[in-house]
Write a protein that binds this ligand. Sequence first.
Ligand code: THU
Length: 141
Amino acid sequence: MRPSAPVTPAQQAALVAAAGEAAAHAYAPYSNFRVGAALLLGDGSIVTGANVENASYGLTLCAERSAVVRAVTEHGPSMRIAAVAVANLNHADSSPCGACRQVMAEFMDPAAPVFFPQQGSVQSRSLGELLPFGFGVRHER
Ligand code: THU
């Protein structure tokens, strides 16, 4: 699929389910807030990540950035993210944090959707809505 192709309901459901499964692998002994993220890549594959905390709290890696790091490692630097889903096992609202939005924007079009739990249901917003005026520099890819 092209990174800009619309995400089908079946793809969205698979992505949300994958994020939930990834959350079960979170390492979150300090916050007990267990997060999973799933990325739908331009080639149709799904890559997941979970949050990984540390006794030095500031070293904690969010689920979304874990997934991005894994996607680049497994699929190479030209991978593109067509959609993202976030889930948590705490029945809490969790849209991606600002740092993760900026990191996702490196590989994602502003029009691409992000699905996240909010007030008991799955909300969808484009990355551009979540991160208006994100930082960027021109570079050769
Ligand atoms: N966390 C994520 O994994 N993603 C976010 O977008 C926000 C927060 C994690 C970090 C930490 O392990 C826990 O949630 C509580 O902040």
